[in-house]
Write a protein that binds this ligand. Structure first.
Ligand SMILES: [Zn+2]
Length: 259
């Protein structure tokens, strides 16, 4: 899998003697979490794993070289049962996914480290990363953190409609790959599907409403796209990647400094 994580930030490129010699109390380990799941007709199923590698890699380039902050290998399979029924989606159950995170956390702890940050690029993992960050804190005393790969960055030029409801294979993800791996975007195969409109907010909504109903993609988005990729450009993609990386680098630094 393609990654933008610099070699000197890859925990797995160290040998165990080098790992033993790290300042374990201070070292921040970052576990990227992604998914392998359908992303419409135009993006690869690796989208969220590429996104995690891309945004974390670019963020790590902005962190001072001398600080001991390392990326673990990306958990590429995620909790993707919302996309079941589309060829290529590889979903872990919630219990399997949580067990994977629990065992990685146990190994981080057994290796003598204290700080673990979960860096997530797939919406279906968010609730579970939240739970596991707290569980790893409780079970192992790890200082844990969890964040979205976008780090809450403001994406200039993105419409309010797309910001709120373009969350799957829409303009943002398409722009990211147009900038980073344009050969993986089929620009002739865009489809558009909004599951809700901001001017037509209802009490009961699929996302971000006062009351949300649980949805499966096949119920609400026949092509698998939730959003509109048509306005995506490589230029915006590069600007948005840079904006996310800058915010994420600040988040990594804050976690590193947090006692
Ligand atoms: Zn995605």
């Amino acid at each position: 899998m393609r990654t933008w994580i610099p070699d000197d930030r890859k925990f797995a490129y160290l040998n165990w003697k080098q790992i033993e010699a790290l300042p374990k109390e201070r070292t921040l380990l970052v576990l990227p979490t992604g998914a392998i799941e359908q992303h419409g007709h135009h993006l690869p199923i690796a989208m969220d794993t590429l996104g995690a590698n891309l945004l974390l890699g670019r963020a790590l380039e902005l962190v001072p070289k001398e600080l001991p902050i390392y990326a673990l290998e990306t958990v590429c399979y995620g909790k993707s049962n919302e996309h079941i029924g589309f060829p290529g989606t590889m979903a872990l159950s919630a219990s399997t996914y949580m067990a994977v995170l629990r065992d990685i956390g146990a190994s981080v702890h057994a290796s003598g480290f204290r700080k673990l940050l979960l860096f997530n690029a797939h919406g279906g993992n968010t609730a579970l990363n939240d739970v596991m960050a707290r569980d790893l804190r409780a079970e192992f005393g790890l200082r844990t953190f969890h964040m979205g790969a976008g780090a809450g960055a403001k994406l200039e030029g993105l419409s309010e409609q797309e910001r709120k409801y373009g969350f799957h294979a829409g303009e943002v993800e398409t722009a990211f790959l147009l900038a980073a791996t344009p050969e993986l975007v089929d620009t002739g195969a865009y489809t558009v599907n909004y599951i809700a409109k901001i001017e037509d907010e209802k009490i009961l909504s699929p996302e971000n409403g006062p009351v949300n109903f649980a949805w499966l993609t096949r119920d609400i988005a026949p092509s698998g796209v939730m959003g509109d990729p048509r306005a995506a450009t490589a230029e915006n993609g590069e600007r948005w990647i840079a904006a996310c990386a800058e915010k994420a680098a600040k988040a990594l630094m804050a976690a590193f400094e947090f006692q």
